[in-house]
Ligand binder design. Structure first.
Ligand code: B12
Length: 485
């Protein structure tokens, strides 16, 4: 059977769109994994990644999809990408009614059969991990209890529980089906020493329960690839594609310590000219493990810090405390790893003073980089059911992209106030003495490819900088005019 798997353009209504497209485009590893399984079962599979061609209209992308004469088209989508993915699906279905349209990914995993009721152009929804159920569907089987479809006027699902996959049984993701991989994909600036880069997911699931996290796909269990499997995948990425840097996007990369130790030893012994980044959780790191990560050529670790206000951590990310965060970040830094802090703004209960506390906390840590995202109540996140009690929530799926402040807590005057504070956060973070002394002088030598990208896309980055500056100034101007008034 001819099957096309599609990632939508990632269309975002925010004005940050242009910078996103030169700052970060990552391969859709989930689709590549499903493609590898379908191909191994004898199907002809193509992947169309709209994120690479976000300037195209959906009509043109539909042309591309239909040029493969598919019998089945599978769409992946996050919540913010869902409306655009559905628009594309509708166009495909209108032009070729015989195509079976299937939705999977995080938003469909949350909505399950309910998605079909309000979206007539979708024929099938597959919830959770997609490899086995999609293969069964391509073989004409709809027996899985994670497969939802229409039956006459009703919405039905299979009844058989589909066992979760042993991750080492999966073939390596079909990176070769991604157009222009790896060169057309772009890791975040200054987060890698050498290009090209690739993403690898070496575990699934998360044992923690943060209020804002959408775990609709893999749930609370934790499964992982063996170090041998992961090493094999990295070696293949280097030998077959010339990849020089790997981003591990596992939620809890270091949860299984033995696995990470073995992988790092293997990488050290093999001496591949390959570096990697990973995400670590505070409390799952120590001096010995850091030494191993370094020997395995780890370049940068990201740490979920979220807030500088302990009460928000207690409520939204239980088990994390500010003292432990400082201890782990300093330990990582002292032992020679770049550390990136991941923060969030706009928590229920947030006030200007808690925002300032977070900014000051971030600026006091030896972080090389930071990401400040908008607190976003996704449909599949625990906090969403009661979010209305804490502030104003604009529940428009397209806007739930962690850039837009869809939720404005009671203690904050407006969305613009949050934008202003985000811009101030970035301005102060990147102009602190630590950056000038320890980071900027090294960047040219440590990330030459990023410097080249920065120069090449200078007008776009400068435009974005200007936007942030005007947001940072915005509030000051407004308060001046109040004073004048
Ligand atoms: C890596 C990553 C990214 C990368 C790459 C994304 C990409 N192109 O795949 C980057 C940094 C670009 C990114 C961007 C964003 N991300 Co992101 N990202 C992730 C992360 C950490 C891993 C994704 C992954 O590869 N997982 C591993 C693969 C194997 O799993 P998978 O993709 O879910 O696919 C499996 C199933 O979902 C299913 N499936 C998926 N698609 C399909 C399609 C069909 C037809 C079928 C049958 C099955 C199926 O089968 C797959 C294999 O089992 C997840 C968190 C997580 N742990 O999953 C967040 C996550 C997906 N991201 C999230 C968000 C919010 C975003 C952004 C909006 C944030 C932002 N402003 O940057 C954007 C939106 C991008 C977009 N295209 O819409 C949220 C989504 C929540 C939601 N409800 O929308 C998540 C869940 C994080 C979280 N817990 O909150 N992201």
């Amino acid at each position: 059977m001819n099957i096309v798997l599609v990632q939508p353009r990632g269309f975002s209504w925010t004005p940050h769109q242009s910078v996103e497209k030169v700052a970060c485009i990552m391969p859709p590893v989930g689709l590549a994994s499903i493609a590898a399984v379908l191909r191994a079962a004898g199907h002809r599979v193509a992947i169309i990644d709209g994120a690479l061609d976000s300037g195209l209209t959906n009509s043109r992308i539909a042309d591309r999809i239909l040029a493969h004469h598919p019998a089945m088209v599978g769409f992946t989508a996050t919540t913010s990408g869902f409306p655009d993915a559905y628009d594309l699906c509708r166009q495909v279905k209108e032009r070729s009614g015989a195509v079976t349209t299937v939705f999977g990914g995080v938003h469909a995993s949350w909505g399950r059969g309910g998605v079909l009721g309000s979206h007539p152009a979708i024929d099938v929804v597959i919830a959770g991990e997609g490899e086995t159920v999609m293969r069964l569907l391509a073989e004409g089987e709809r027996t899985s209890d994670r497969c939802f479809f229409r039956n006459g006027g009703a919405i039905a699902s299979g009844t058989r529980e589909t066992p979760l996959i042993k991750l080492d049984d999966l073939p390596f993701p079909a990176y070769d089906l991604l157009d222009g991989f790896p060169k057309r994909y772009l890791s975040p600036l200054f987060s890698y020493p050498r290009a090209p880069c690739a993403s690898v997911i070496s575990s699934r699931g998360c044992v923690y329960r943060c209020s804002y996290c959408d775990r609709s796909v893999f749930g609370a269990g934790f499964r992982w690839n063996s170090p041998e499997y992961t090493f094999g995948q990295m070696e293949r990425l280097y030998r077959d594609y010339g990849v020089r840097h790997v981003n591990f996007y596992d939620d809890l990369f270091t949860l299984n310590r033995l696995r990470v130790e073995t992988l790092c030893r293997r990488l050290e012994d093999a001496r591949l000219p390959l570096t990697f980044n990973c995400i670590v959780r505070v409390g799952h790191i120590d001096r010995e493990l850091i030494a191993l990560l370094k020997r395995g050529r780890c370049f940068l670790v990201s740490v979920g810090i979220e807030s500088g206000d302990q009460s928000f951590l207690d409520t939204h990310k239980a088990g994390l405390d500010l003292v432990a965060i400082r201890r782990d970040v300093e330990l990582l830094h002292k032992n020679g790893l770049w550390v990136k802090g991941l923060f969030m703004m706009g928590f229920p209960g947030e006030t200007e003073s808690s925002i300032i506390q977070t900014r000051e906390f971030a600026c006091s840590l030896p972080l090389k980089d930071a990401n400040m995202t908008a607190f976003t109540p996704f449909p599949g996140a625990p906090i969403t059911a009661t979010i209305g009690e804490y502030g104003a929530f604009e529940n428009d799926w397209a806007k739930l992209d962690c850039v837009n402040f869809a939720f404005v807590p009671h203690g904050i005057a407006s969305r613009e106030a949050l934008e202003h504070h985000r811009a101030l956060f970035y301005r102060q973070f990147y102009s602190r003495p630590f950056m000038r002394r320890k980071v900027y002088p090294k960047i040219l030598f440590q990330s030459p490819h990023s410097v080249w990208r920065l120069i090449r896309h200078a007008p776009t980055f400068l435009g974005y900088r200007k936007k942030l500056d005007s947001e940072a100034e915005g509030k000051r101007n407004r308060s001046c005019s109040h004073r004048r008034g």
